[in-house]
Structure formats: structure tokens, C-alpha cells
Design a protein around this ligand. Structure first.
Ligand code: CA
Length: 228
């Protein structure tokens, strides 16, 4: 389960150590030393998860979490708060602010990895390698295979990621911008028309087994995978 993880931490030694551990665990770390820098990075690319230090110079981790939860585009990014303070009240405040989990420093790489995995499984099922299905359409992230009524469906890598995201969020409408953020990881430098092209390819690949109608166009809004 490789994820792009944004680490926001003002102490360079801790930041380096966490980034090193994330790389060792197969993740791609992005590093920010302040809330401002973090928000700037998020404006370009949505990370899969954020490790957010509580005590930062300027805006605090709590401020950042509140800000992210207050905006449609960033509302669903999983956040794990890092704190040197272990008081129960702090933990509650962190979780109330919208963090998904809370870790007290110092923590072991093993503990951090376990927490990351748990939060991703809960909040970003498209990041995990759990097998998913809708009716007789199966997608297995581990073997990178899709089958419909037992027959192999050949998909390009982008169509695979697109289907994986849609199938793990059934019934919800996603705008092109959201799909670019979630599937391409970039909503600034990729054109929205790109999404339409890959949706068409995905439908075409699903057509022989009549699963193409699963991918619905919601006029003026975006796309949805039918839940029924
Ligand atoms: Ca700090």
C-alpha cells in the first residue's frame, strides 16, 4: 500500500527521520516545515495522507486540520496528528478537529506504519490491496486484475486506478477535478478533458460484459459508479 504522505513538521531532524521511515515502508514522503508551506503544496497536489505536527511556528497543526476539513477539495484527506503532548484532552481536541488519529512523540516506525495502514484502510480504501467487487465485476489490486462474470477485462494502468477509485466509492458523484486529484494526483497540470478520455476507455473495456452502464455521467457534475 504505497501512499504519498505529506509530513508537516518544523524540526528538521524529526522530519528527516519520518521521511526516511516512510520511504523504507514504500511510501512517497513530501516534506513541509510550516503550515503555510504545507497548504501551498496541497493546493497543487493532494497527498493520500497527512502527518501533521501539532506545534508549528505560525499556524498550528490544529489550524491546518480545521482549514482542510472546511474545504470541499481537502475535506477527505486522512490526517494523523503528531504531538509531544500526551494529555487526554489534547488527544480529544485533535480528533474533534477532524484528525483521524493521534500519535504521541516519540513513536516507533512500526507504530507509525501500523497507524498509517489502519487510517488508509478506513478512509482511503482505494489505497489498500483489498479485493473489491460490484456484482460480478471483481477488481484485485494485488494481482492488478479485473474480471467480469469470470472473464478477464484488460485495462490500462489509468483505467485500472480510475475503476479502483470509483468502485471503492460507489454511488457518489465525483467531479473531474476530484478525479484528477484522486486518480492522477494532480488537478493543476492535467486537463479535465483527460478524465473524459479515460472514462470512455474504461466504458469500452467494460462493454463486452455489459458493465459499461455502471459508469454513469452526471450532467454538469461529473461521474458516478452506480451502487446498484
Ligand atoms: Ca513542532
Amino acid at each position: 500500500m504505497a501512499a504519498t504522505v505529506l509530513v508537516v513538521e518544523d524540526e528538521p531532524a524529526i522530519l528527516d527521520l519520518i521521511a526516511y521511515n516512510l520511504k523504507q515502508a514504500g511510501h512517497e514522503p513530501l516534506c513541509a516545515e510550516s503550515a503555510e508551506q504545507a497548504l501551498q503544496m496541497i493546493a497543487n497536489v493532494l497527498p493520500d495522507l497527512i502527518l501533521l505536527d501539532w506545534m508549528l511556528p505560525g499556524a498550528s497543526g490544529i489550524d491546518v486540520a480545521k482549514r482542510l476539513r472546511g474545504h470541499e477539495r481537502t475535506r477527505n484527506i486522512p490526517i494523523i496528528m503528531l504531538s509531544a503532548r500526551s494529555e487526554e484532552g489534547d488527544k480529544l481536541l485533535g480528533l474533534e478537529t477532524g484528525a483521524d488519529d493521534y500519535i504521541t512523540k516519540p513513536f516507533s516506525p512500526r507504530e507509525l506504519n501500523a497507524r498509517i495502514k489502519a487510517v488508509l484502510r478506513r478512509r482511503a480504501p482505494q489505497m489498500t490491496s483489498d479485493e473489491v467487487r460490484v456484482g460480478d465485476l471483481h477488481l484485485d489490486p494485488a494481482s492488478h486484475r479485473v474480471s467480469a462474470h469470470g472473464n478477464d477485462v484488460k485495462l490500462g494502468p489509468t483505467e485500472f486506478r480510475l475503476l479502483h477509485f470509483l468502485i471503492t466509492h460507489p454511488g457518489r458523484v465525483h467531479s473531474r477535478t476530484q478525479l484528477l486529484d484522486q486518480v492522477w494526483g494532480d488537478h493543476v497540470f492535467v486537463e479535465e478533458r483527460t478524465v473524459d478520455v479515460h472514462i470512455q476507455r474504461l466504458r469500452k473495456a467494460l462493454e463486452p460484459e455489459r458493465f459499461d452502464s455502471l459508469i454513469q455521467t452526471v450532467r454538469g457534475t461529473g461521474y458516478r459508479l452506480s451502487a446498484s
